[in-house]
Design a protein around this ligand. Structure first.
Ligand SMILES: Cc1cc2nc3c(=O)[nH]c(=O)nc-3n(C[C@H](O)[C@H](O)[C@H](O)COP(=O)(O)OP(=O)(O)OC[C@H]3O[C@@H](n4cnc5c(N)ncnc54)[C@H](O)[C@@H]3O)c2cc1C
Length: 527
């Protein structure tokens, strides 16, 4: 990173830190409702290690509301219609999704990056949507009591984004919530989880299930040609497990699922096994003036029920339902891109120049003469967000003019600027203007409190159930040395199949499922 790079400065209505399920879905919904939004994601792409692959019926309902469900189901995926459990040698089905009152009566299993790419691709049709990859938020900008923006590191130098509202959607190790000084309530967890992949053979069971035996729990998620396995261990037990050695660990797995015996050697080193330190926590208050946390940043979930992604998405839907009208309450002169460099220091050779170009300014507007900067990887990244072509040739003037930042800067009063001729004039005006302060927000603390009120109940209820299961069931199983008997609840579910709809409802739909209530600003007005 250039040491002396000029600070790039942006002004947006809503800045979302973190391009995970919560951040991307909220960004999509706000942009769709006509609110200018910028997502800052620290990674270069969505292709990260296993972070859960489940898209629950509640999220599929959201996709249906958005008219995206059919397209989504065209992506490669598996469908999970029931969940089983094996205690000792006894197998039972404990959840049956086929009776849910939803369009999809199954859980979709799909790599999380496919879901995020799908959302990003659809979000790009809205000019208000902006995504910056490789932008790691490090700090908050605070004016008095109000959070007024964020500072981020990018590969092309420091970035400052001023925003009416900052959304912390940067996951369970959220920098934003820490910097904001929001208090965290830790609910504790007696378990950690080891994640690994083991190949699957046609002769293996078809069902996704949990295998429970004295002192051990192995959850096997059926993923077609492989099993995504979760081995539950007592909290902090990983070091002791490593000391016992990999062969002993492989033996534990093979004892639970004997058909793995010829495959456990696929676990070649401990690098093939990922430790998830389970945390269950939530913020006492999810917001302060100018800032709201959602998803894992507001509440880290236990892996029990695999509901973290869906809860994060439900938060996003509720937040959009409440915040989109709040953003519309007042007419704010929209975002204006300004960089320090444009005001004073930048010369054609500055490293910040490609950034200006990528953000929608033509070389002439940015004060450059050469075309060499335009075709930099950075400009391609920014224009194409995550590597998906945006339609124009990367670095071409047409591509720059298509950038939403330029449109927002020039047309934010709703009056189309009419193209390149107008844009030059407006950009020239911007160049001579002082760096603008973040506009006063139309989003109030009451709006932010309303989001927390809406989502706190489902969060608390879900966490309460997870903690109960962790402490009363899983903790006891891990501590037990003798043969387990089948609990009465499982016996009940075995004898009365209709009861399997209850766990399916809780896992598949959850408490207080959200529906999309925001408009599509790009939809044609009624004739
Ligand atoms: C191993 C594992 C397995 C899981 N399995 C499941 C499952 O099967 N089903 C399920 O529903 N949930 C599962 N979860 C939980 C699930 O991944 C989370 O609950 C969910 O992803 C939360 O979404 P989020 O958008 O709030 O946060 P995240 O998904 O954590 O997204 C946060 C994003 O912010 C980015 N970020 C972080 N810091 C910064 C920063 N400073 N600046 C910019 N960007 C930043 C991150 O790169 C990330 O993209 C699992 C989690 C793990 C770790």
């Amino acid at each position: 990173m250039p040491q002396d790079a000029a600070i790039q400065k942006l002004n947006v209505r809503c800045c979302i830190t973190g391009g995970g399920p919560a951040g991307m879905v909220l960004a999509y919904l706000l942009a769709r409702a006509g609110v200018e939004v910028l997502v800052l994601e620290k990674h270069a792409d969505f292709l990260r290690d296993f972070r859960g692959d489940t898209i629950h019926p509640s999220t599929l309902e959201v996709l249906h509301d958005l008219g995206l469900l059919d397209d989504f189901l065209k992506l490669p995926h598996d469908e999970l219609r029931d969940i089983g459990v094996q205690i000792g040698d006894v197998q039972s089905t404990v959840a049956d999704f086929t009776h849910l009152p939803t369009h999809c009566k199954f859980i979709v299993l799909m790599p999380q990056w496919d879901f995020l790419n799908f959302i990003a691709d659809h979000a790009k049709r809205y000019p208000e949507f902006n995504l910056r990859m490789q932008a790691e938020v490090t700090d908050l900008i605070v004016d008095g009591d109000r959070v007024a923006g964020v500072r981020a590191k990018t590969q092309f130098g420091p970035l400052e984004v001023r925003a009416e509202l900052v959304i912390g959607a940067d996951g369970r190790r959220s920098v934003v919530r820490e910097q904001a000084g929001l208090q965290v309530e830790n609910l504790g967890s007696p378990i950690d989880v080891l994640w690994m992949r083991i190949s699957r053979k046609p002769s293996d069971p078809a069902q996704t299930f949990g295998h429970i035996d004295s002192g051990r729990i192995l959850v096997q998620i059926q993923r077609g040609d492989y099993w995504q396995c979760a081995f539950v261990i007592p909290k902090g037990g990983f070091d002791a497990m490593c000391e016992r050695g990999l062969p002993a660990f492989r033996e534990e797995i093979a004892r639970l699922s004997p058909y793995f015996r010829d495959r456990v050697a696929e676990l070649k080193t401990w690098d093939d096994i990922k430790l998830l330190t389970v945390t269950v926590d939530r913020l006492k208050q999810w917001y302060r003036q100018g800032l709201l946390c959602i998803g894992d940043a507001a509440h880290a979930m236990s892996p029990i029920g695999g509901v973290g992604i869906n809860l994060a998405i439900q938060d996003a839907v509720a937040a959009a339902n409440i915040l989109a009208p709040a953003f519309r309450r007042g007419s704010i002169p929209g975002a204006v891109l300004l960089m320090d460099a444009l005001n004073s220091e930048m010369s054609p050779g500055d490293s910040a120049l490609p950034e200006a170009i990528a953000m929608g300014l033509t070389p002439a507007q940015a004060g450059a003469s050469g075309a060499a900067h335009i075709d930099s990887p950075f400009s391609r990244n920014s224009l194409e967000n995550d590597g998906v072509p945006s339609g124009g040739k990367a670095g071409s003037p047409a591509a720059h003019i298509n950038s939403s930042f330029l449109r927002n800067g020039l047309e934010n009063d709703g009056v189309p600027s009419g193209g390149i001729g107008d844009s030059s004039a407006a950009a020239a005006e911007n160049r001579s203007a002082p760096s603008p302060e973040a506009p006063n927000s139309t989003v109030t603390e009451d709006d932010l409190a309303a989001v927390q009120r809406r989502r706190e109940f489902p969060t608390r209820m879900t966490q309460r159930m997870q903690v109960l299961i962790q402490n009363r069931v899983i903790g006891r199983v891990l501590a037990s040395q003798k043969q387990l008997s089948v609990p009465w609840v499982i016996k009940l579910l075995t004898h009365f199949p209709v009861l399997r709809r209850i766990p399916a409802y809780v896992v598949g739909l959850g408490f207080r499922p959200e529906r999309v209530r925001t408009d599509d600003s790009a939809a044609a007005p009624p004739a």
